[in-house]
Design a protein around this ligand. Structure first.
Ligand code: BTN
Length: 324
């Protein structure tokens, strides 16, 4: 952990009690001049750190910016997801940055955030609007020992983790639309883009891109009816780092569940929040449209659709419309 991360972590643990300057110096194994210098740099970034002779240092408020040290200081030391966190002011797409890292052999767990993306992309070649400072646009590198057909398990795990994090951090009740949309009151607040590189029987790496409209307030007209943000739905602004850290924590928990072979239990949790199962749906895959009833998930996370002709079709992708 960097010194900034250690200081923020110590301040956060101390809470309203604050932490004495000498104790803080001892905790980070530096002299008090180094502590003063780092506290002053954090203040310059917008961290409001009070210092009084009685309480020592106390963290009063944090700015709404993404700072790798801040994110690290909010996470458990034994994590895989978020093992290394990097924050860019602007990128084309965080999935591209992480994909390059994957090709260069970087270990799994690295996470790349961008304050804004110039070429953010969604599923099915769609554009993903990523305005600066208003949302979470990030990608995670994983190297699971899974066959390519089971990668949908990771999308299901990510959707479950994102939904759980939103539930614990806001008063909202997120719903999941198979495979990867997170909705609040029927409008989309977050999406997941899973991209992979694989050999025939084994995944090389998976890049999971996550976009969360946290404080976005202006959507282009074509999205206004279908997209919303956490802030619009809850009627208050959120500190993005809090939501980001919660998602990384929950994703770390769910990735561990997948690695332990506990997909079935995870899928049960996913099903409780899913609005697709049991409904009549239309699924558009390229030029093809299929209609039927979304019955269940299979062991790989694929959707089992009972078509109008009575066949059970296994669906791994496509655009799902839920019939009214
Ligand atoms: C979708 O719902 O279609 C998926 C949206 C995924 C958006 C995220 S934002 C971070 C990452 N980088 C991208 O270019 N896309 C994903």
């Amino acid at each position: 952990m960097t010194l900034d991360a250690q200081i923020l972590s110590a301040l956060r643990h101390a809470g309203a009690d604050g932490i004495g300057a000498a104790t803080l110096a001892l905790r980070i194994r530096q002299d008090s001049a180094v502590v003063t210098q780092h506290v002053s740099q954090l203040r310059d970034l917008g961290y409001e750190i009070e210092s009084t002779p009685h309480f020592g240092f106390r963290l009063v408020s944090v700015p709404d910016l993404l700072h790798a040290d801040d994110l690290v200081s909010r996470l458990s030391p034994h994590r895989i997801v978020g093992r290394d966190i990097q924050v860019f002011q602007q990128t084309s797409s965080t999935n591209d940055v992480v994909e390059k890292m994957a090709r260069d052999g970087v270990a799994e767990g690295v996470v790349v955030f961008a304050e804004s993306q110039t070429k953010g992309r969604g599923r099915l070649g769609r554009r993903w609007i990523s305005p600066a400072g208003q949302g979470l646009w990030f990608s995670v590198l994983l190297r699971p020992k899974l066959p390519p057909a089971s990668v949908t398990q990771l999308t299901i795990a990510t959707a479950t983790a994102v939904a759980r994090a939103i539930r614990t951090q806001t008063e909202l009740t997120p719903q999941i639309k198979w495979p990867n949309d997170i909705l609040v009151r029927g409008k989309k607040v977050a999406g997941i883009l899973t991209e992979l590189s694989a050999e025939l029987d084994q995944v090389r790496y998976v890049v999971i891109g996550i976009g969360v409209d946290v404080n976005v307030n202006d959507f282009p007209p074509e999205l206004a009816g279908v997209a919303t943000s956490l802030a619009s739905e809850a009627g208050r602004h959120f500190v993005r780092a809090e939501i980001a850290a919660a998602i990384l924590h929950e994703l770390d928990v769910d990735y561990a569940r997948i690695k332990r072979g506990e997909f079935t239990a995870l899928a049960e949790e996913w099903e409780q929040h899913c609005i697709t199962l049991g409904r009549r749906v239309q699924i558009h895959i390229g030029e093809r449209t299929m209609s039927g009833r979304a019955e269940s998930l299979d062991n790989d996370g694929a959707l089992l659709l009972r078509t109008d002709h009575g066949h059970l079709e296994r669906i791994v992708g496509g655009d799902v419309t839920i019939e009214k």
